[in-house]
Design a protein around this ligand. Structure first.
Ligand SMILES: [Fe+2]
Ligand SMILES: [Fe+2]
Length: 344
């Protein structure tokens, strides 16, 4: 993957520093946070690029940048802006006796726009292709951010997380890795299945879905939030995935194209139990001080996903694309129009 295009003052300086291998070109974080850090295109892209140095990196950036002190300091400032906005905007309802019950209450409190119902019953092929492009930002690295928690946990909490993650990574079969199943989905739409292939088109709120997992994942002090995030993700996956699969079949998709969602209908029905009880429940018992963070992580997951759904459905209601203007190399119209009609 190559560095993306800049989107503002922050990313212009950051990308220039990375490209020229010159840390002195890095700009300091802005003195005040943007009005809406969670959806800010410039801030979220800067965070995504900083985090990516810990995952696969960029072909045009030296791997030695991963722990560059000035870049880490900049990233920490941007993370704080995102976390402060979330702590300000989120209400975490504490209802129920057990951690699993409390997580369920958070899930119910954040019951948001029904994007999956729209995709099931109404979305056009072009809209489904657009949705899949948004999702590719995280799904092509599916499960990686939550793996950061493994060395930070112990005993049955660690065992529960490893059980979930082993499934996400295909149980030893690379063809069953969930990220690989997502690549089949992209190919079914005639889209680019390369990791990060649509980074330039992803708006801030789409990047935030991926970034919040990295914020939690790379900070040991937020390990409770990371597992809470995973629980909320798993607890709200099986039903929507069933609807996405139905939407794909309504559009005439092949079995291979539907496999990603079909697999999640089954897998996440189990993962949700593991995550709520064996992972978060056991963590709250062994480290009670983390219980509040578990619920915060769950609420952050659902809040950002609701904002993403509002963005996408709002754009479509106004007959506007929900992606940033595409580059010539990713012509969505030709991908969704020509290839879809052949492949689906
Ligand atoms: Fe998965
Ligand atoms: Fe899962």
């Amino acid at each position: 993957m190559l560095l993306p295009r800049p989107r503002g003052r922050l990313t212009s300086a950051l990308l220039e520093a990375l490209r020229s291998d010159d840390a002195s070109a890095l700009a300091a974080a802005p003195a005040t946070a943007p009005a809406d850090p969670v959806a800010d295109d410039d801030l979220q892209l800067a965070l995504w690029v900083c985090f990516e140095l810990h995952y696969r990196g960029f072909d045009d950036v030296s791997d030695s940048w991963e722990w560059q002190p000035k870049l880490i300091a900049l990233r920490a400032e941007l993370e704080s802006m995102m976390l402060s906005a979330l702590r300000r905007d989120l209400t975490v309802e504490v209802r129920g006796n057990t951690m699993a019950e409390r997580l369920q209450a958070v899930v119910e409190a954040y019951d948001g726009p029904q994007l999956s119902r729209f995709m099931q019953t109404q979305a056009s092929r072009e809209q489904f292709a657009e949705f899949v492009i948004h999702r590719s930002i995280y799904q092509l690295k599916e499960a990686d951010p939550h793996s950061w928690a493994i060395p930070r946990l112990a005993g049955k909490v660690k065992a529960a997380l490893v059980e979930i993650q082993a499934d996400e990574y295909g149980g030893g079969d690379p063809n069953r890795m969930h990220s690989e199943l997502f690549r089949k989905l992209l190919r079914g739409f005639g889209l680019d299945d390369e990791y990060g292939g649509y980074l330039d088109e992803a708006p801030g709120i789409t990047l935030a879905i991926s970034n919040i997992m990295s914020v939690f994942g790379l900070r040991r002090d937020l390990r409770g939030a990371l597992v809470g995030h995973l629980a909320a993700y798993e607890m709200t996956s099986s039903g929507p995935c069933r609807r996405y699969a139905k939407g794909l079949r309504r559009l005439g998709a092949t079995e291979a194209t539907c496999q990603f969602y079909d697999a999640h209908v089954v897998a996440d029905a189990l993962h949700e139990q593991l995550a709520a009880h064996d992972l978060c429940g056991a963590l709250a018992e062994s480290e009670p001080g983390l219980a509040g963070d578990v619920l915060f992580g769950a609420a952050a997951c659902l809040h950002i996903d609701n904002r993403f759904a509002e963005h996408v459905l709002g754009c479509w209601a106004d007959d506007r694309p929900s992606l940033l203007p595409r580059s010539a190399s990713h012509d969505l119209e030709s991908a969704a129009g020509t290839a879809l009609s052949q492949a689906l």
